[in-house]
Design a protein around this ligand. Structure first.
Ligand code: NAD
Length: 371
């Protein structure tokens, strides 16, 4: 087809325009009929270093939904690494499918070959629907994997560090709102009793918070309430309940036009990625309601800090936990900056992240290609 024949509308609504809008560097679409693999790898920004971000396996209802998710998640990783002071860029991958029924060794190893094709520009790790055992299979096809099991010299499951960082960010947000960071007696709703949610519940219960939990799977709720002193609530009917802190630890977009008007809490602070359905509208809606929102990519950076520690070599869980404690200071700084400038906490976090990327890009000389 000659260029003149191309439909302009088609160009404007294709894959490249959302990439351009969100400033992505590269997308890799992966298809393998034999293993049933259908995946997308997104490299958002590599100014600070290689694009690191987990692989999510989820039964997306459409390819468009998967694409939107991977574009947003990878950009979030750029912000997360930058605001956390790590020398990493942002990337992410999604595999379309049900992790409970469609995940096989062959599919994971084929996916690893696609990761390898990117030559280290993208480093993968665990996300929703993946385990460190899965990372072992991917590692059979590529070295560009982090979050390997501890038995293989890796950092193992990052969720405990993510949960600890989230807990730190929650305390900093509580400090900002209440003038003390104690969670004693605070009513906290944890949505999602997965790897992160359950560890977070443990910290909250230990500190004397009154904890409520919910999940779409009853077995996950039962597992959590059998281990910790927490009350189960209906996953479809809790946003309007009496609570001080809402901690989204499931999937994204739970802060939206439906849910925000119902919220009675003063703090939103959880580990889930992309909690705001529309970043601009819903960050402002939370601020206007007087709710302190801890930006997700800031307070869920513990997992990234953990795998970054692994990449640096001589992994040590205690050092990773110490680094994740710093999330407290970063979160507090963001709330203060937002209040001073009269902007949302999300705008404040992005401004701090973007400034660092700009500053570091300016440092580069033609010979400083290695980070
Ligand atoms: P997980 O898969 O172990 O747990 C997610 C839980 O949420 C599951 O139990 C699932 O049943 C539940 N869930 C899904 N939809 C729900 C809904 N609508 N209502 C209630 N519960 C629902 O995942 P995880 O590793 O615990 O991660 C949780 C979130 O934190 C994800 O958004 C993930 O991207 C983010 N995150 C995780 C890490 C990490 O280290 N694991 C790091 C950064 C961010």
């Amino acid at each position: 087809m000659i260029v003149e024949e191309l439909n302009v509308k088609e160009i404007a609504t294709g894959v490249l325009s959302p990439m351009a809008d969100m400033q992505h560097e590269q997308l890799l679409f992966c298809n393998d009929t034999k293993t049933g693999l259908r995946a997308i790898i997104a490299v958002h920004n590599t100014v600070l270093g290689p694009a690191l971000g987990g692989t999510r396996m989820w039964p997306y209802r459409s390819e468009q939904e998967a694409l939107t998710d991977v574009l947003r998640l990878s950009r979030g990783m750029t912000y997360k690494a930058a605001v956390s002071g790590l020398n990493l860029g942002g990337g992410k991958a999604v595999i379309i499918g049900d992790a409970r029924t469609q995940k096989t060794e062959a599919l994971l190893r084929r996916f690893g070959q696609f990761v390898n094709d990117l030559g280290g520009k993208y480093i993968t790790a665990e996300d929703v629907g993946m385990t460190s055992r899965d990372m072992e299979y991917i590692h059979m096809s590529t070295d560009h994997v982090s979050g390997l099991p501890e038995t293989m010299g890796g950092s193992g499951n990052p969720s405990p560090v993510t949960a600890f960082g989230t807990y730190m960010g929650m305390k900093a947000s509580v400090q900002h709102v209440y003038g003390t960071d104690s969670l004693q007696g605070k009513k906290v709703l944890v949505q999602g009793c997965g790897s992160v949610g359950q560890h977070l519940v443990e910290y909250l219960v230990k500190e004397g918070a009154e904890v409520f939990v919910t999940d779409i799977f009853e077995d996950k709720i039962a597992e959590t309430t059998s281990k910790y002193k927490a009350t189960a609530v209906d996953p479809n009917n809790f946003y309007g309940m009496d609570m001080d802190i809402y901690a989204p630890c499931a999937l994204g977009a739970t802060l939206n036009d439906d849910t925000i008007p119902q919220l009675k809490c003063r703090v939103v602070s959880g580990a889930a990625n992309n909690q705001l359905k529309d970043e601009n509208i819903h960050a402002a809606a939370l601020r206007d309601k007087g709710i302190a929102y801890a930006p997700d990519f800031v307070i869920n950076a513990g997992g990234l800090i953990n795998v970054y520690s692994e990449l640096l070599g001589n992994y040590n869980r205690e050092i990773a936990m110490n680094k994740a404690e710093h999330i407290y200071d970063v979160t507090l700084q963001i709330h203060k900056y937002a209040a001073e400038k009269g902007i949302t906490s999300l705008e404040a976090a992005k401004a701090i992240a973007e400034k660092r990327i700009e500053d570091m890009a300016a440092l580069k000389t033609p010979f400083s290609r290695n980070y």
